[in-house]
Design a protein around this ligand. Structure first.
Ligand SMILES: Cc1cc2nc3c(=O)[nH]c(=O)nc-3n(C[C@H](O)[C@H](O)[C@H](O)COP(=O)(O)OP(=O)(O)OC[C@H]3O[C@@H](n4cnc5c(N)ncnc54)[C@H](O)[C@@H]3O)c2cc1C
Length: 404
């Protein structure tokens, strides 16, 4: 049997390896001059290739369509991914939050072992070749057309990725292929990215990293996201781990009228914070407000909080009223910003949205419309939080199509 795999990223390489292990004649078409350009930049060049947790925990971290992925993640689980990589010669380690990396801390080693396995299995890898369209006969795939050639095959596995970091080769080609053969593609959004804020006062905080703060995102009165951890201010707004996770929930659901709230002191209730400030004021006696808040806040955040509380920064703390103190407490626990938009695909770790999973068989990743045609990885309408879950999805879906 002949198989064409389009895209030499995480999911495509896994599909090609398992198709070849099943004795098929496999050709992998990659538009770049090398394999795994995006894999190379994952995990800040260290490649967080999975998360050492149960399939249930993986699914808990999937934002879009976890049910659809249940079969794939159970069939090729994080433990299976780890065994597979160890078996082809990559030694792994598990870090904080169960994040799995190569011991060498080099994503290039992940690509190297995959490439070696593809070579060992005699997979034909065609570089610098771009798939342009699918060839379909009735409701069966029979091949593809590239910018160089026409190929006929029994199976075609589309593993072209999403739209994020287009410089790595992921330019959304798979969405077009899917649409031209009748598949629905859901709306696409950048996800796991920074958030642009409206206004300009946040710019005073540019470069400030905040640890142990609580971030909430509101669309109306109820927060749809609340989490404690680390974030940072940038020239455009906010970023960092808390914000990336929040962006994934903002991507497809909300964007207009969203508010971001920062609680600088989540460990203290309003009353406890008021008492703490009062104590600071009493022991500082005659100092000016801006010099006393240094005990409580990073220096760069002080002017903004004082402004929001509408108190003079030069006021002596001994004469600050309880009302003014209450305004300070409020500003510290409810520092609000208006969200303008999400950052674009050039900075987004993943694409939210993709080929509708309703028309894909979750047990095989085969199209329900065109037999012999498979879609795997980020091109599908699936995405997850950070922590190795997105590569796990690429490997699990790639594997399912690979063993067919
Ligand atoms: C900066 C960054 C860091 C990340 N870090 C992590 C991490 O540490 N852990 C994690 O789990 N996830 C991480 N991700 C997400 C992860 O990289 C993706 O989810 C994953 O690579 C998706 O795999 P894929 O095979 O679907 O697509 P891709 O890896 O994008 O591969 C698609 C391939 O298809 C090729 N292609 C596209 N169109 C064509 C065509 N027409 N013809 C031929 N070839 C084509 C592309 O050139 C590309 O090589 C990160 C992403 C980014 C951008």
């Amino acid at each position: 049997m002949k198989t064409i795999v389009v895209g030499g990223g995480a999911s495509g390489m896994i599909s090609a390896i398992f198709q070849a292990r099943n004795g098929n004649e496999v050709t992998l078409i990659e538009k770049n001059e090398k394999l795994g350009k995006k894999l190379y930049i994952t995990g800040k060049g260290r490649c967080n290739l999975t998360n050492h947790c149960s399939p249930e925990e993986v699914l808990f971290n999937v934002v879009s369509n976890p049910k659809f992925l249940m079969g794939a993640v159970n069939t090729f689980s994080p433990s299976d991914v780890m065994s597979f990589f160890e078996e082809i010669g990559l030694t792994l380690k598990t870090e904080r939050g169960n994040r799995v990396f190569p011991v060498s801390d080099k994503s290039s080693d992940v690509i190297k072992v995959l490439e070696r396995e593809l070579n060992r299995l005699n997979v034909n890898v065609n570089f610098n070749e771009t798939a342009k369209s699918l060839i379909v006969d009735g409701n069966r795939i029979i091949g593809i057309i590239t910018d160089k050639n026409e190929y006929f095959a029994d199976k075609v596995i589309v593993a072209t990725g999403g739209l994020s970091y287009p410089s790595t080769g992921s330019t959304g080609d798979g969405y077009t292929f899917a649409k031209t053969v009748g598949h629905a593609v859901t709306s696409l959004y950048p996800s796991l990215c920074g958030i642009n804020l409206k206004g300009s006062d946040f710019k005073e905080l540019q470069g400030l990293t905040l640890k142990n703060v609580k971030v909430s995102l509101y669309d109306g009165n109820k927060p749809y996201y609340e989490e404690q951890g680390e974030m940072l201010f940038t020239h455009y707004g906010v970023s960092g781990p808390l914000i990336l996770t929040g962006s994934a929930l903002t991507a497809r659901h909300k964007q207009n009228g969203v508010k971001l709230l920062i609680d600088f002191k989540p460990a203290l209730s309003q009353k406890q914070l008021d008492q703490r400030i009062l104590r600071d004021f009493q022991s500082a006696n005659n100092k000016e407000l801006k010099n006393v808040l240094i005990e409580l806040l990073p220096k760069t955040a002080i002017p903004l909080i004082i402004k929001r509380a509408n108190v003079s920064e030069y006021k002596k703390v001994s004469i600050i009223t309880s009302e003014e103190r209450a305004r300070l407490v409020y500003a510290l626990k409810n520092c609000e910003f208006e969200v303008e938009s999400l950052r674009g695909y050039n900075e987004a770790v993943i694409t939210s949205g993709g080929i509708s999973v309703k028309e894909i068989n979750p047990k095989t990743m085969e199209s329900k419309l065109i037999s012999g045609l498979y879609f795997v990885g980020e091109v599908l309408d699936v995405d997850a939080f950070t922590g190795g879950f997105n590569l796990q999805i690429a490997f699990s879906t790639g594997y399912l199509a690979g063993i067919q």
